[in-house]
Design a protein around this ligand. Structure first.
Ligand SMILES: Cc1cc2nc3c(=O)[nH]c(=O)nc-3n(C[C@H](O)[C@H](O)[C@H](O)COP(=O)(O)OP(=O)(O)OC[C@H]3O[C@@H](n4cnc5c(N)ncnc54)[C@H](O)[C@@H]3O)c2cc1C
Length: 445
């Protein structure tokens, strides 16, 4: 392994550099400087990721004046950093786990909505003409042991009945037709899944919101929100905006200024590396059908060809909560070359990370803050690491709730947004859990 080629990466998302003709996509240019912020609006949205921009688009198209604020730049959070894999993102507990907790009707409705989100997202992208390299080539999920192969088959059979999941089991002997690796004991292809260019999707969504009349300001950090007569006062460093409704879309970047929400989301660092450009032959060998990839390991890994098909983009959990590219780049390179030994001598062009938002019940949450100075503020967050479709969908749903449109209802309404005693937003317990999962994976449990 040539260490210098692994260590000489750029420490920002590959997506930011890979617009059309390989030009930077300049997400910062989507926003106006904060000194031009109006003092009043119908709605203020905090956070310019998929959730916030999707909410802004829906509100602006309904004729509301909308201000979107981001403390850094549009797409600074997960929405400009993710892997771009899209799928139904079923609840982690699976159908049986959900049934045990919420009953059969609710469980089925939640699973069905997950599939609806995926189908809606693909339709939305095509209907709005968003050019974001959407490739509907399916996803291969590898079984790390024979036991997991059987489990994948059983789960898929049930989901086929409940939500029309389209899948195909791939035995180990046929695996090479789907992935250039002998690492797995066979796997499954989810035919409805795909992948897109996260930065271009963000840009497309932001442009639609701007065209509909929403205004995006950044950098503009919201320090406080307080409810006042007929609405809210949203306080920034040097300005304060009066508005009728406020929507919090800060997900894994929710800060202590929003204590009710901060105590309910668990920020978890996820990291990605992208390889140097690879030869067309090697890319065809690694991903003969342009699938995205994942596996049954407890420690999440996700990977895919880049949207232009020239390199591999490989992501997984970072063991450290701080942004330590010198650590996660090597960890991810090791994981990647266990699956693809062909990439042992390949250099890394970019390495970056972001914080996703987990929740104590593994479900996204949408609703209104019930208590404190910002009581009544709307929110949607907690996508548990799978948020390209969910954030866009639940941002829209939250906006529809603001508009009092019955279409804003979702099977996730009224779920208790749990916290834990003494938890204030710092998940000190996570590194130990991740190392334990890593150990279980290594021994095939
Ligand atoms: C490395 C990585 C890989 C991922 N891969 C995938 C994938 O392949 N597929 C998938 O479906 N999902 C993936 N995800 C998850 C997905 O990207 C997120 O769930 C989704 O983008 C969340 O969008 P959001 O708009 O809710 O939040 P974000 O995009 O995180 O936006 C939150 C915004 O809030 C702003 N903010 C925070 N506090 C304030 C404040 N006080 N004032 C103003 N602004 C504030 C932040 O600057 C940030 O821009 C991944 C995430 C990461 C980090």
């Amino acid at each position: 392994m040539n260490r210098s080629r692994i260590d000489s990466y750029q420490n920002h998302p590959y997506w930011w550099d890979s617009g059309p003709d390989d030009q930077p996509i300049n997400l910062d240019r989507l926003a106006t400087p904060a000194n031009e912020i109006p003092l009043q609006a119908d709605c203020v949205v905090v956070g310019a990721g998929y959730t916030g921009l999707s909410a802004a688009l829906t509100l602006a198209r309904a004729g509301r004046s909308v201000i979107v604020l981001d403390e850094s730049q549009p797409g600074y959070g997960c929405s400009g950093r993710n892997g771009g894999l899209i799928g139904p993102s079923f609840h982690k507990l699976g159908l049986d786990g959900l049934k045990a907790r919420l009953g059969e009707t609710k469980a089925n409705a939640i699973m069905r909505e997950s599939m609806d989100i995926l189908l809606w997202l693909k339709q939305f992208i095509s209907h709005e003409g968003i050019e974001c390299g959407l490739i509907e080539a399916g996803r291969f999920r590898g079984a790390v042991t024979h036991k997991f192969y059987g489990e994948l088959a059983r789960q898929a059979e049930t989901l086929e009945k409940v939500v029309d999941l389209a899948y195909e089991m791939i035995p180990e002997s046929e695996q090479r037709g789907h992935i250039g690796s002998d690492f797995y004991k066979g796997g499954i292809v989810y035919h409805q899944d795909g992948h897109l260019h996260p930065g271009l999707f963000l840009k497309g969504l932001a442009n639609l919101a701007l065209e509909a009349g929403a205004k995006i300001f950044a950098p503009a950090r919201v320090k406080q929100i307080e409810s006042i007569d007929n609405g809210y006062r949203v306080k920034l460093e040097e300005a304060s905006i009066r508005c009728g409704e406020v929507m919090i879309a800060t997900n894994g970047y929710t800060d202590p200024n929003f204590p009710y929400l901060r105590r309910r989301v668990i920020p978890l660092r996820s990291a990605i590396i992208s390889t140097e450009p690879l030869s067309p032959d090697l890319m065809r060998e690694l991903s003969p059908r342009q699938h995205g990839f994942g596996d049954t390991g407890r420690l999440v890994t996700y990977y895919r060809p880049s949207s232009d098909g020239t390199r591999m983009v490989f992501g997984g959990r970072a063991f450290n909560q701080a942004d330590r590219p010198e650590n996660y780049t090597r960890d991810l390179h090791r994981l990647m070359t266990r699956i693809f030994p062909q990439l042992r001598e390949t250099g890394i062009s970019h390495a970056w990370s972001g914080t996703v938002a987990y929740t104590f019940d593994h479900a996204p949450h949408i609703g209104r803050v019930p208590e404190g100075a910002m009581a009544g503020a709307h929110y949607a967050m907690g996508y548990c690491g799978s948020g390209v479709g969910r954030a866009t969908w639940f941002g829209r749903k939250a906006a529809l709730k603001i508009l009092k449109d019955p279409e804003g209802s979702t099977p996730l309404d009224h779920l208790t947004f749990e916290t834990r005693p003494l938890y204030s937003g710092n998940p000190w317990f996570l590194p130990a859990i991740l190392r334990w999962h890593n150990l279980l994976d290594r021994f095939g449990y």
